[in-house]
Design a protein around this ligand. Structure first.
Ligand code: UDP
Ligand code: MG
Length: 308
């Protein structure tokens, strides 16, 4: 009998967890598979850990890893994938935004051997603000323009993968983990199932717009060097302009030496412009250096306090 590992990152999910567990159990009980759960408590501040201990008492196939503090969803997902032992591994959110009813469909599709991964994609963004949808649309357009790794718009992290693909994902040990990019970068044949957005059952999402922005930039910097190329372009263009204006100044001086008085205002503007562009480009380079800095320190991606 095949074994499915269900990996669930949890941050402050005490209310959602029991509902999640019941809903998933109801579905997998009807499937002809062994199931193990790997809940990852990502430094929750509520009773999530107590809830997980209880579930573990009730069902020995429920395992949990508890971090020493909040390391972020990507780290939690990584820890869960590392711990999972199944032939197939699923990544699900604890808030039931990922419908458990897809599990048998995903499993059946993977059994055909035609795919290595069955992912999910939201076809609409009900219950999300217009501005947020607009910016996420822009983000997908931009990153797919500048990155060689295709990021599927609206794709969720909810997916079922074969052992082979999970091992490939785990072989990418980068510190700054952008899962949407990593899943795509490793390749393999992925089929996407479409579904309508579902609101979370309990608790609230703590992604602020600003955090989503930072996440988007991190993703772009992790999977493309376009910002660096843009800096090179800005530099080249202003260099060419400066050469041309130098020639104009010299030629003018030769033709008519008496009209050399230029306005200081234009000079100040130009100095500010060039200075600003330089700082911008240095800033972009700095972001990449920051990423290198984090990577070379080789800090662990997460720290476990308790595991069962
Ligand atoms: N999550 C986590 N660590 C965090 C934030 C979130 O493990 O720092 C978990 C959370 O418990 C949930 C999943 O990641 O199971 C997705 O989070 P959320 O529902 O807040 O994000 P959204 O669905 O809005 O993208
Ligand atoms: Mg959610």
């Amino acid at each position: 009998m095949k074994k499915i590992s269900i990996v669930v990152p949890c941050y402050d999910e005490e209310e959602a967890l029991p509902l999640f567990y019941e809903a998933v159990e109801k579905v997998v009980r009807k499937m002809d598979v062994k199931v193990e759960y790997w809940f990852v408590n990502d430094g929750s501040t509520d009773k999530t850990l107590a809830e997980l201990r209880q579930l573990h008492e009730k069902n020995p196939n429920v395992h949990y890893i508890s971090f020493s503090r909040n390391f972020g969803k990507e780290a939690a997902l990584y820890a869960g994938l590392q711990a999972a032992t199944g032939d197939y591994v699923v990544d699900m959110d604890a808030d039931l935004q990922d419908p458990p009813s897809f599990l048998p469909i995903m499993y059946k599709l993977l059994q055909t051997g035609e795919w290595d991964c069955i992912g999910t994609r939201r076809t609409d963004r009900n219950g999300e603000s217009k501005i947020k949808s607009f910016f996420s649309g822009m983000f997908y357009k931009f990153i797919n323009q500048v990155s060689n790794t295709h990021i599927v718009p609206g794709a969720r992290d909810y997916r079922m993968m074969t052992r082979q693909m999970v091992d490939a994902v785990l072989s990418l040990k980068e510190y700054s983990r952008f899962s949407k990019g990593i899943f795509s970068w490793v390749g393999f044949r992925t089929k996407y199932l479409d579904y309508q957005n579902v609101e979370r059952v309990a608790g609230k999402s703590d992604w602020t717009t600003w955090e989503l922005f930072k996440y988007a930039f991190a993703g772009i910097a992790d999977f493309s060097q376009a910002p660096l190329n843009i800096a090179v372009w800005i530099g080249s263009v202003s260099f060419i302009i400066s050469i041309v204006s130098l020639i104009v100044v010299i030629v003018r001086h030769i033709i008519n030496p008496n009209t050399d008085v230029f306005g200081w205002a234009s000079l100040v503007s130009i100095i500010l412009l060039i200075g600003g562009l330089q700082l911008l480009c240095i800033g972009v380079i700095g972001r990449y250096i920051g990423k290198i800095f984090l990577q070379v320190k080789r800090r662990p991606i997460y720290i476990v306090q308790e595991k069962k």
